[in-house]
Design a protein around this ligand. Structure first.
Ligand SMILES: Cc1ncc(COP(=O)(O)O)c(C=O)c1O
Length: 359
């Protein structure tokens, strides 16, 4: 089809976008996407295979994923007044939320932040405003956030807690000030919940405009694509009208439920990753040629102080390890790279590759 015809068919926002880039890891050690590097224990795998053996693949899945939703509610102490919506990854929940808003709605979020907020908001033609974080420690620029609330009266504010790609937790007090200052919804995106004890789940009853979003991806189930969001029953009921009826496939429903109920090993793995993160940060802090930022997630952001980040990234890749070069994502990320916490051995290999790359 001719480009002219294509241009006449699609919205200008879509034409102006680029697809979300995902690097092909080939045989590289993959420390770029905040995945859990560990496998399931053999015994758990065998039990799981027995569980899925009789799945009715010929039938549509339960449209409400009732059994899985009940397990999630109990496990994560979802307040009884709140309701839950499930998505094909939290990416889909972000999409559902934004699709439900009025076409002239304004969205506010601190930057640098998770790119899908902007990508989806822009694709839908919504008014997106990224508010720069404070440069020295990536904390919220409160005067700027409050001014944005005043100026745009945003329908929705996204706050990733901890934030991706900076890894820090914003101040709980400041978030509560924003929750009170805005008339719109505030989504606390707790994608990295397995790596911190901080959560807003228990504040849901205090703030009717608060929505808490999570995912099982970082816990160790990224391949299943399951995200969920908790909030006021009436808000969730509206969003549920936009959700496609069978968005959570049967294998994801059964497997996630199984993993959460037999998932002591996942908890042990995330505990190990927390220790590995703290150990790696200590090592990175000793390297003079970089500035490493503290993290409450399963990744660490660091800035190359003398060498161009692209050269550091390439050198590490040539040594067999894939991390993420964040330089182009935001002016505050100039010369910054992000490494996902891997196994002890992978982290050691990364550290020695980084040291070589910096020389
Ligand atoms: C802050 C944040 N939210 C949401 C997601 C998306 O998670 P999911 O795999 O559930 O789509 C990510 C993934 O990197 C993230 O960093």
């Amino acid at each position: 089809m001719s480009q002219n015809l294509i241009h006449s068919l699609f919205r200008k926002e879509v034409l102006a976008m680029s697809a979300y880039p995902v690097a092909d890891p080939g045989k590289l050690i993959k420390l770029d996407a905040m995945e859990n590097p560990y496998q399931w224990p053999e015994q758990a795998l065998e039990q799981w295979l027995k569980t899925i053996k009789n799945s009715p693949l010929n039938r549509y899945p339960d449209p409400q994923a009732k059994s899985l939703a009940a397990v999630l509610k109990t496990l994560y102490q979802v307040p009884t007044e709140s309701e839950l919506i499930l998505g094909n990854g939290s990416d889909e929940i972000i999409q559902i939320l934004l699709m439900a808003l009025a076409p002239d709605a304004h969205i506010v979020t601190p930057e640098p932040g998770f790119v899908m907020y902007k990508q989806i908001a822009r694709s839908l033609g919504l008014n997106y405003h990224g508010i720069a974080l404070n440069a020295e420690d990536f904390s919220l620029d409160m005067p700027a956030m409050l001014a944005a609330i005043e100026q745009y009266n945003p329908a929705l504010i996204f706050l990733a807690y901890p934030n991706n790609p900076t890894g820090n937790l914003f101040s709980e007090q400041q978030i509560k000030i924003l929750l009170q200052a805005t008339e719109g919804l505030v989504v606390i995106d707790e994608a990295y919940a397995p790596f911190t004890d901080a959560t807003f789940m228990q504040s849901l009853t205090d703030y009717p405009n608060l929505l808490v979003m999570r995912t099982v991806s970082k816990l160790g189930l990224a391949g299943l694509r399951l995200g969920y969001m908790v909030g006021d029953k009436n808000i969730i009921a509206e969003l549920d009208k936009i959700r496609l009826p069978y968005n959570i496939n049967i294998l994801t429903q059964i497997t996630t439920e199984f993993a959460l109920q037999h998932g002591d090993f996942l908890t042990r793995q995330t505990q190990t990753l927390r220790q590995e993160r703290d150990a790696l940060l200590q090592q990175l802090l000793q390297i003079e040629q970089i500035k490493a930022f503290p993290s409450s997630a399963n990744f660490i952001l660091f800035k190359s102080l003398n060498k161009d980040a692209s050269a550091v990234f390439e050198s590490i890749r040539n040594q067999g390890i894939l991390i993420k070069n964040m330089s182009a994502h935001h002016p505050l990320l100039e010369n910054c790279l992000r490494v996902t916490i891997g196994t002890e051995q992978e982290n050691a290999l990364f550290l020695s590759a980084l040291k070589k790359a910096l020389h």
